[in-house]
Design a protein around this ligand. Structure first.
Ligand code: UDP
Length: 217
């Protein structure tokens, strides 16, 4: 009988950070590390950090019962493009989470997420597809996070915040909590610079930096 095949799609910085988590997750499920590969569209070495590197075409050609991929690429627009490609080809979305992630009550997490070590998701949170929560980030109570949202390491997302699709939150940014029924909103595709202290809602598509965070330019 053919076995399933698992991919970390993206063999660069993000992917190399996700691979050990994926390996550990599969080991706990009793899956051999040989069934885990990197996939990347750019040519590269035969192996990266001990794991085979395949092109997407090779990944599809490899015998497998079912194929899974986690999209380990920080650029959310690329993630969305690859998510569509994978869906068309019957490659299933795969969520990878570090063993020490803390998830409290009533957390709904969309498919294909990456939760890095020391991430905490507290209670009553809704998160969309292909979310990246990098090292030491947290999401506090009553937040709603859209699809293809990216947190760099150390993001402090406090309670009652809405983050729309494709927003990018830089390393160490702090977002002030909203109020019940009146959330602080980070608009679609907005970028919050590293270390920013966000005290009010951010419109879609803009970049904010500084303390208090202001629109750049
Ligand atoms: N990549 C890919 N397909 C795409 C776009 C990017 O396989 O359509 C790969 C690219 O070749 C590179 C990785 O994704 O290896 C992105 O790496 P980068 O260092 O730019 O960013 P990060 O690893 O931080 O996401």
């Amino acid at each position: 009988m053919q076995q399933d095949l698992y991919a970390v799609y993206g063999g660069s910085g993000c992917g190399r950070g996700v691979m050990p988590l994926a390996r550990q997750q599969l080991a706990q499920a009793g899956v051999s590390p040989e069934r885990l590969v990197f996939v990347d569209d750019a040519p590269g070495p035969e192996k990266v950090n001990g794991q085979r590197l395949l092109t997407y075409a090779q990944f599809l050609a490899e015998p497998a019962a079912k194929r899974y991929a986690v999209l380990a690429i920080a650029n959310s627009v690329v993630r969305e493009k690859l998510a569509q490609r994978c869906e068309q080809d019957g490659v299933r979305s795969w969520t990878v989470a570090a063993v020490n992630v803390v998830r409290m009550d009533e957390v709904s997490l969309g498919e294909g997420s990456i939760l890095s070590p020391f991430v905490t998701l507290t209670s009553n949170i809704r998160i969309g597809r292909h979310f990246h929560a990098n090292l030491y980030s947290y999401v506090e109570h009553d937040c709603v996070i859209g699809d293809f949202v990216t947190f760099a390491p150390g993001v402090h997302c406090n309670g009652n915040i809405v983050i729309e699709d494709h927003a990018y939150i830089g390393a160490g940014a702090v977002i002030k909590q909203g109020q019940p029924g009146k959330p602080l909103i980070i608009g679609r595709g907005a970028v919050v610079g590293m270390g920013a202290v966000v005290t009010k809602s951010v419109p879609a598509g803009v970049t904010v930096v500084g303390n208090p965070a202001r629109v750049m330019g």
